[in-house]
Design a binder for this molecule. Structure first.
Ligand code: HH2
Length: 257
């Protein structure tokens, strides 16, 4: 089985790479269906940007943005909801989402109560300040320890499907992101399936010598392949079609004699 591909669907005016493109629900559903046609295994619907410095969104507005889109897509594909708010996660599961993608790593109670799966992502600090001066003694150890503790707590609470995600770009410098990718196996070895999101992120620009946000496809694919070859079970991406090809290639290499 190739690694899974999660397509990003931001129903927001201000996400870092596609903000405003899918703020209208019809445009959002159409883009979600296009990602399904391109081979997405999961569509990740978010109504609040997590980019550094983003403005918070209130609960009612976030629900208004994501629920119609989730409801329309959930018949066609597995849908995750990208949220840090319990009420939004609950409402999303009620209209068909089966995975709570939780960058705050705090909502496993919602997953346990509703039977949904849960992604615990590591981040350091809040979006407004997380990139100011992130420091780690040992980033791999700290991220792994945090995620294991959260994942084990979720299992103990009764969540049946728990994912872990190193949170590339969330309170991390380029060097931290690269170190986490290099040592991704330390997360894979926990036994929890690993999700990785590098798509179009700022460190790709830094490493490639300045590629702008819409000029990072090649670097995004390179990191997705790196992560999948290291054992990531799912990658979260904006560009689904080329990533599906890359995932099939990785799977083909892995079964080759
Ligand atoms: N990255 C973003 C948002 N959600 N969830 C997981 N599990 N892992 C990630 O790496 C991750 C995530 C940021 O990307 P994007 O959704 O494109 O932008 P924004 O947060 O500005 O909407």
């Amino acid at each position: 089985m190739p690694p899974l591909v999660m397509g990003v669907l931001n129903v927001t005016p201000d996400s870092f790479s596609d903000g405003g493109r899918y703020a209208d629900p019809h445009a959002a559903v159409a883009h979600g269906l296009a990602m399904v046609a391109a081979g997405a295994d999961v569509v990740d619907v978010g109504g609040e940007s997590t980019r550094p410095g983003a403005d918070p969104v209130d609960e009612a507005e976030e629900r208004r943005r994501v629920l119609p889109v989730i409801e329309a897509l959930a018949h066609q594909v597995r849908v995750s909801v990208d949220t840090t708010k319990a009420s939004v996660a609950e409402a999303a599961v009620a209209v068909g989402a089966t995975l709570v993608n939780d960058v705050s790593a705090s909502l496993y109670g919602v997953a346990a109560a509703s039977g949904a799966a849960w992604v615990a992502m590591h981040r350091r600090g809040a979006p407004a300040t997380m990139q100011l001066d992130p420091r780690y003694e040992d980033v791999v150890h700290e991220v792994r320890t945090f995620l294991l503790e959260r994942a084990d707590a979720a299992v103990a609470a009764g969540v049946r499907e728990v994912w872990v995600d190193p949170g590339i770009g969330f309170g991390k410098l380029a060097e931290h992101n690269l170190t986490l990718l290099r040592h991704l196996r330390a997360l894979v070895e926990t036994g929890y399936p690993v999700l990785v999101g590098t798509s179009r992120k700022a460190f790709l620009g830094a490493v490639t010598g300045g590629a702008g946000v819409h000029d990072r496809l090649d670097a995004s694919l390179a990191t997705a392949v790196y992560a999948m070859a290291a054992g990531a079970a799912m990658v979260r991406v904006h560009d689904v079609a080329p990533t599906v090809q890359a995932a099939r290639l990785v799977a083909g290499v892995e079964v080759a004699g």
